[in-house]
Design a binder for this molecule. Structure first.
Ligand SMILES: NC(=O)c1ccc[n+]([C@@H]2O[C@H](COP(=O)([O-])OP(=O)(O)OC[C@H]3O[C@@H](n4cnc5c(N)ncnc54)[C@H](OP(=O)(O)O)[C@@H]3O)[C@@H](O)[C@H]2O)c1
Length: 383
């Protein structure tokens, strides 16, 4: 199978490439797409031997070009879109971070590709457009997020109409037990240090605020076409069970695995037969205990907010995502405190009229206004 990897220089990109290299006989690479990480891309190009390399940042592309790679180097988002829709490409791994990744992922879906969707912001903000585009083109959208890959597997071969509840697990992040009165002092370095998963900076901070789980619940609504009142989350600190699907007869199908993204990515790449992924054997006896607890919505207000967002129009999810991207980045730049992130997002959502969106222009308009509102709030915040 020939792939284009969007976000190849990131954490999901690294796991995808690890799997490709383990199975060179099954997978080959058309294009690797990165943004600015020139050193990493040079390393990957030598390992993977793609037909084409793209850096969406022009200066980074120029620097890479000067290194004399064995394949052509192109630049810009248009080139990324072309690489995601090229005739020879059978599968696209959509793993850029943030809503900047939407146009290329959507173009791949419109072109009828099989699309591994790691970039959760796609479905959160433009879920309706992705679902409609997949119906029209025959594209297959396969979940890469571990929780959604788990739901997908727990639903395989089962009757979707018998599902009574989908439960996504959440580790609770690094501050699950920390005294809430001290959260104001949390640094970006502490927030990025996730207890179970090694991930990019943005998603690690989203896990610490649990905004990540809020985004995942919205994502699940589009992927599995279930009403919002059948979606919930539960804290499970060991991150061994990734999701559970409850059925009408009282049965619950759970998916278990060590927290390693190569597990869901390998299933996204190929379901039958399953691939050897390099993920270690799960040994429940040595883990001993699996714990679960209700999500405390006072500690994690993002989970309260997402219920209102799920009950409203598409614009609320777009505003939540755009404001969160601004707030997450502002926290990393030490312009706002950790405890400012969710209230800021909530304030932007409250200012956003609730309506569904019909096209990508409408998505962009709501996104732009949420971001400028969020940016204005960041400017007014006293650090
Ligand atoms: N990591 C996980 O375990 C995990 C799990 C589930 C879902 N996801 C989702 O997968 C996506 C990727 O996450 P990640 O953890 O792999 O992120 P990451 O390690 O930060 O990598 C992000 C990738 O996006 C590229 N990128 C950054 N800004 C860009 C821009 N303006 N234009 C184009 N490309 C840009 C980066 O390129 P450069 O590095 O070259 O600048 C890099 O290749 C996110 O949506 C995340 O929510 C991640």
């Amino acid at each position: 199978m020939k792939l284009t990897i969007l976000g190849a220089t990131g954490s999901i990109g690294a796991s995808t490439i690890d799997l490709m290299l383990r199975h060179r006989e099954r997978f080959s690479c058309y294009a690797l797409v990165g943004h600015r990480n020139v050193a990493r891309m040079a390393e990957l190009a030598a390992l993977v031997e793609p037909e084409l390399v793209i850096m969406t940042d022009a200066e980074a592309a120029e620097q890479l070009h000067r290194q004399g790679l064995a394949c052509p180097v192109e630049s810009g988002m248009e080139a990324a879109i072309a690489a995601a829709t090229a005739d020879r490409v059978e599968m696209v791994m959509a793993a850029m971070v943030g809503s900047v990744g939407i146009p290329a992922a959507l173009a791949a879906v419109q072109a009828g590709k099989r699309v591994g969707l790691a970039n959760k912001e796609c479905l959160v903000t433009a879920g309706r457009l992705f679902v409609e585009a997949a119906k029209a083109s025959g594209a297959e959208i396969v979940p890469v997020d571990s929780e959604h890959a788990a739901v997908w597997q727990a639903m395989a071969g089962h009757d979707a109409d018998s599902v009574t509840k989908i439960v996504l697990t959440a580790s609770g992040g690094p501050f699950r037990d920390r005294d809430p009165s001290t959260l104001r002092e949390v640094t970006p370095e502490q927030a990025v240090a996730h207890p179970n998963w090694e991930m990019g900076a943005k998603i690690s901070i989203d896990s610490a605020t649990m905004m990540n789980k809020a985004l995942e619940l919205i994502e699940a609504r589009w992927l599995f076409d279930v009403p919002a009142d059948r979606l919930s989350a539960i804290i499970h600190p060991q991150s061994i069970i990734h999701a559970m699907v409850h059925y009408r007869d009282g049965s619950v199908m759970a998916h278990l695995g060590l927290p390693d993204m190569r597990c869901p990515i390998s299933y996204a790449l190929q379901q039958h037969p399953r691939l050897e992924s390099g993920v270690g054997m799960l040994d429940l006896a040595s883990i001993g205990t699996l714990q679960f607890e209700e999500v405390d919505e006072v500690r994690f207000p993002a989970m309260r907010l997402v219920r209102d967002v799920l009950a409203g129009g598409d614009s609320l999810a777009i505003a939540l995502n755009g404001a969160n991207e601004v707030a997450n980045a502002a926290f990393r730049q030490r312009r706002i405190r950790f405890t400012d992130i969710v209230p800021l997002v909530e304030a932007v959502v409250a200012e956003t009229p609730s309506e569904d969106v019909a096209d990508f222009n409408a998505v962009q308009a709501v996104d732009a206004s949420a971001r400028s509102l969020a940016e204005a709030m960041v400017m007014r915040t006293i650090y």
